[in-house]
Design a protein around this ligand. Structure first.
Ligand code: PLP
Length: 213
């Protein structure tokens, strides 16, 4: 069930510089259209097959965000239309994005995913790898590194979440520039803490679309 008023409520209480990506994974095109018809244009998906199918059917002015772990052999399926890849978690993946983007004469906007959570199953670079990743990316002409993405530990402990978000904000401030200006942190359950700690892009699924089954 779409939580009809939630998106506008959240938008109204957020600062204008915070962008909302509506995470539509597992949701139908009809459900996405309900949010689209409220004027929303940024949608996020975490599976290649799903984003490709939805992109084909849905209006062309949607900005598609890829937010899940991306396998290298599937990069070619999304480079033609993807607006922002949030989940660059290896140099090999970055190379492949650059290669495919070059072939299509495009520049692909990317975020470097940083592992701020303690959980083992989370993808991403360590904070201490950031300098070398950014240095490496400078040589890739067809990728544009726009910022960082981070996910907090799944916990009720607000202090843990706050520390994780603020640690990434610190590095972000250090690297920030005209081009490098997106900090993608925060989901339905922790976006308020994320925004308080400097996030300017939040990825909201269940709070907008209702629970995923
Ligand atoms: C599913 C997902 C979200 C949204 O999760 P909700 O808790 O439903 O808001 C955000 N970011 C990523 C990377 C996701 O996979």
């Amino acid at each position: 069930m779409i939580q009809k008023e939630n998106l506008s409520k959240i938008k109204n209480k957020l600062d204008k510089n915070v962008e909302i990506v509506a995470v539509s994974k597992t949701k139908t095109v009809e459900e996405i259209m309900q949010i689209y018809n409220q004027g929303h244009r940024n949608f996020g998906e975490n599976k290649v097959q799903e984003i490709v199918e939805k992109q084909k059917i849905l209006p062309k002015d949607i900005n598609w965000h890829f937010i899940g772990h991306l396998q290298r052999n599937k990069v070619k399926m999304i480079v033609g239309f993807v607006h922002l890849i949030h989940s660059v978690d290896s140099l090999k993946l970055l190379d492949e994005i650059n290669k495919r983007a070059t072939k299509e004469a495009k520049t692909i906007n990317c975020l470097i995913q940083i592992k701020i959570a303690k959980e083992e199953n989370k993808y991403g670079f360590d904070i201490n790898e950031i300098d070398s990743v950014l240095e490496y990316a400078k040589n890739l002409k067809n990728v544009n590194i726009k910022g960082f993405m981070g996910m907090s530990t799944f916990t009720e402990n607000q202090e843990v979440i706050e520390n994780e978000f603020s640690s990434l904000k610190k590095v972000f401030d250090d690297k920030k520039s005209h081009e490098f200006r997106i900090l993608s942190m925060g989901m339905s359950n922790d976006y308020e803490v994320a925004v308080k700690n400097g996030s300017n892009m939040i990825r909201l699924g269940s709070i907008i679309f209702g629970k995923r089954i």
